[in-house]
Design a protein around this ligand. Structure first.
Ligand code: ADP
Ligand code: ASP
Ligand code: MG
Length: 407
């Protein structure tokens, strides 16, 4: 007998027929003698619909009320999944995040899990139930419902697998695994059979939405090995773990695109110690995630700061920075929302040179202009025009011959 955590994403539980199919797969796992904890997302589209309704009533809905609203989507699917299992004679119980003992900090809409008190789940399992846990939600010490940011059901699954010491964590989605690029954009992308946490993390944090990046961070920290696979077939998926055998041989393993980026330019500010500290402190205190940062120093002690933030945060970044400009002696702020970030990722970059040159050449050959560049040990990211982003992914994928590295 093994203890298995399975997570089913929005498309996999998109309607009652799909929920029935998911229940059949859960029953199969259960009938093989395993203990099963299932995490489900809201039906695909539901979280977006709820968000749109909130915004139709109020320009800036409060984060507390958003959490109250958005957590409803997952509550629907846990009950329906449990009912589908009951209909097949399987003993199952649904649990909200709070009932599953998922405790978080107080940051609404992007809460961090602080602890999972798994007594209830352990008791449910000991009593022979399949447990169906609502993804994406928890509770804070004030008893308030919190959510974990978009795609947060992945985090619920990984954290639950760590908390209950699961033998296996399976992330079921609508593609066969993690590919060298989004298979919907790059049609000759290859499925990877294995990927290291570091590569998955860099891909996820640069726009590969098949896994939420915070969930990968959690998996790395707690050493939760997981498999990304399709809920529509029985093909083997992609195993994500600490070390993978190919490591140094293949330089680039994937290309990702993030269209949810905005570029903020703070220009004509004084080039003196403390200016950047004040700008980025104001953003950090408001939990705005800043990604690429470039500073150009102009003449006569004047500098320009350019950085990227998630698109949804660009207006609040401006609001936060207006008072800072007064404090630092003036300057102007401009936003460009029509940008995208292209990233190439691979552990092999640590030991190979020429990766940046290959990317730049592929973009140059296709007359795609480079705006900002940043690098880490295993990633190169480039800000480009949003309209050229998919094309940029395809030409970069081809330049590294990633259509040939599938395994
Ligand atoms: P779920 O609802 O199951 O959580 P998501 O929509 O969050 O699923 O993630 C799955 C989607 O991620 C796929 O449909 C695919 O289009 C997209 N995706 C983007 N990049 C990749 C990639 N490199 N490999 C696989 N899927 C990718
Ligand atoms: N329902 C949430 C979302 O759409 C969480 C998830 O699906 O993982 O972002
Ligand atoms: Mg997802």
């Amino acid at each position: 007998m093994a203890r298995i955590v399975q997570k089913y994403g929005g498309t996999s539980v998109g309607d009652v027929e799909r929920i029935r199919k998911v229940a059949e797969r859960i029953k199969l796992t259960r009938d093989q003698g395993n203990e099963v904890v299932v995490v489900v997302s809201a039906r695909s589209g539901v979280t977006n619909e709820l968000l749109a309704r909130a915004k139709s009533l109020c320009d800036e809905p409060s984060d507390r009320e958003l959490d109250m609203l958005l957590s409803v989507g997952e509550q629907e699917t846990i009950a329906l999944t449990a009912m589908a299992l009951h209909g097949m004679g399987v003993d199952a119980v649904s649990r909200t995040g709070a009932q599953a003992g998922i405790f978080t900090d107080k940051v609404h809409t992007r809460a961090k899990i602080q602890a999972i008190k798994s007594e209830t789940i352990e008791k449910d399992l000991a009593e022979g139930h399949v447990v169906i846990v609502a993804g994406f939600q928890g509770i804070n010490e004030d008893g308030q419902i919190t959510t974990f940011g978009r795609g947060g059901s992945d985090l619920t699954a990984i954290a639950m697998a760590a908390a209950i010491h699961a033998d296996k964590c399976e992330i079921y989605t609508d593609v066969d695994g993690v590919y060298t690029a989004d298979p919907r954009v790059v049609t000759d992308a290859c499925k990877l059979s294995e990927l290291s946490y570091d590569e998955m993390l860099e891909l996820a944090s640069s726009g590969t939405k098949v896994m939420q990046s915070r969930s990968v961070e959690f998996a790395k920290k707690h050493n939760v090995v997981f498999e990304v696979r399709s809920s529509f077939n029985f093909n083997p998926g992609t195993i994500v773990k600490e070390e993978v055998s190919y490591m140094e041989k293949v330089v680039v393993r994937g290309v990702s695109v993030d269209k949810d980026q905005a570029k903020v330019i703070v220009s004509n500010i004084l080039d003196k110690p403390g200016t950047s500290a004040k700008v980025f402190r104001a953003l950090a205190d408001a939990n705005v995630l800043v990604d690429m940062i470039v500073q150009n120093v102009g003449r006569q002690g004047i500098a320009n700061l350019t950085f990227t933030v998630p698109q949804g945060d660009s207006q609040s970044a401006v609001k936060l920075l207006e008072p800072v400009l007064d404090e630092i002696g003036g300057g102007q702020i401009a936003i460009h929302e029509h940008v995208a970030k292209l990233s190439v990722v691979g552990v092999g970059m640590k030991t190979h040179s020429g990766v940046a040159a290959t990317v730049f050449q592929a973009l140059a050959d296709n007359e795609i202009n480079i705006d900002l560049i940043s690098t880490s040990e295993i990633k190169i990211s480039i800000v480009i025009d949003q309209d050229r982003a998919d094309e940029a992914a395809r030409v970069t994928h081809a330049a590294f011959e990633l259509d040939k590295i599938g395994d």
